[in-house]
Design a protein around this ligand. Structure first.
Ligand code: GLU
Length: 279
């Protein structure tokens, strides 16, 4: 199996969303993860509107072509709704239903603010309009937000921290409140959010080293807070560099030109792909 170390002991994973074809950035991410230890695959398909079975099939096929293997059955987030519901219920004393739409949030933030609106890894920093609403008041279209200040207080913590390749990264309570805020734990019509699902599943799969791109670095602080709140172990992290196109832009799923499929069709080998991403 490609990219497998002789010993390591880490349990790691690649967790793509089947919303498009895998590109060079995904190949790099999966190969980097597989080089760290026992490699798991997880399909992150909570966004039923954007996920497609044909993309999921293409993920399996492209990864196998790259030389990766993984245990089956593969965990699929759409099968895990009961686990997310349970986690949400446990967090309910620290969450509230929010009925604000993006426009409401923008309007509330623009009033005191000149120029660019404050945003973090979960989007605009929520101004707190619905904070304090009770679950009894929840409407069917509400999202569920974490009251981040109360969460830190309940834990008696003034910071969250994680280790990335031996370096400890700390974010204080105040930095979290200013730069991230009340994150969404359950999206409209989804029953969970990326942040909640990823934390619940990494723990359920026994992942000890989360390998992911640097674009998710700021989100990791959210995940560590949730791990503490849910009494889950905090894994180690490896945030890897991002693969960029020739103009220096991060690759996105819409960049079909850099899809692994496309290179395969043009006759590239797995070794060519490794070289292209600098492995
Ligand atoms: N599913 C996420 C994505 O495709 C990555 C999840 C993670 O590494 O935490 O961007």
């Amino acid at each position: 199996m490609a990219g497998r170390p002789v010993t390591s002991g880490a349990v790691t994973r690649f967790a793509p969303s089947p919303t498009g074809l895998l590109h060079l950035g995904h190949a790099f991410s999966a190969l980097t993860a597989a080089a760290q230890g026992d490699f798991l695959l997880r399909i992150e398909d909570i966004d039923r509107d954007r996920c497609r079975p044909e993309y999921e099939a293409a993920i399996f096929e492209d990864l196998a072509w790259l030389g990766l293997t993984w245990p089956v059955p593969v965990m699929r987030q759409s099968d895990r709704m009961a686990a997310y519901r349970e986690a949400l219920a446990r967090l309910s004393p620290l969450t509230y239903p929010c009925r604000c739409r993006r426009g409401d949030i923008r309007a509330a933030l623009s009033a005191p603010q000149e120029g660019a609106l404050p945003a973090g890894p979960d989007g605009l920093i929520y101004p707190g309009t619905c904070r304090g609403r009770s679950h009894a008041e929840a409407g069917p279209d509400d999202v569920i937000r974490l009251d981040a200040a109360r969460a830190f207080d309940a834990l008696g913590r003034d910071a969250v921290a994680f280790t990335d390749q031996g370096t400890r990264h700390v974010l204080t309570r105040q930095q979290f409140l200013d730069g991230i805020g009340d994150v969404v734990l359950s999206r409209r019509g989804m029953g969970t959010s990326y942040h909640l699902a990823v934390v619940v599943d990494d723990a359920a799969q026994g992942v000890t080293l989360v390998t992911r791109g640097l674009d998710l670095f700021a989100s990791t602080h959210i995940h560590v807070l949730l791990q503490h709140l849910l009494d889950l172990p905090v894994p180690d992290y490896l945030h890897h560099r991002l693969i960029r196109d020739t103009a220096g832009r991060r690759l996105a799923k819409r960049d079909d030109a850099r899809a692994i499929r496309q290179y395969r069709a043009e006759g590239a080998s797995p070794a060519n792909i490794r070289r292209m991403v600098g492995l």
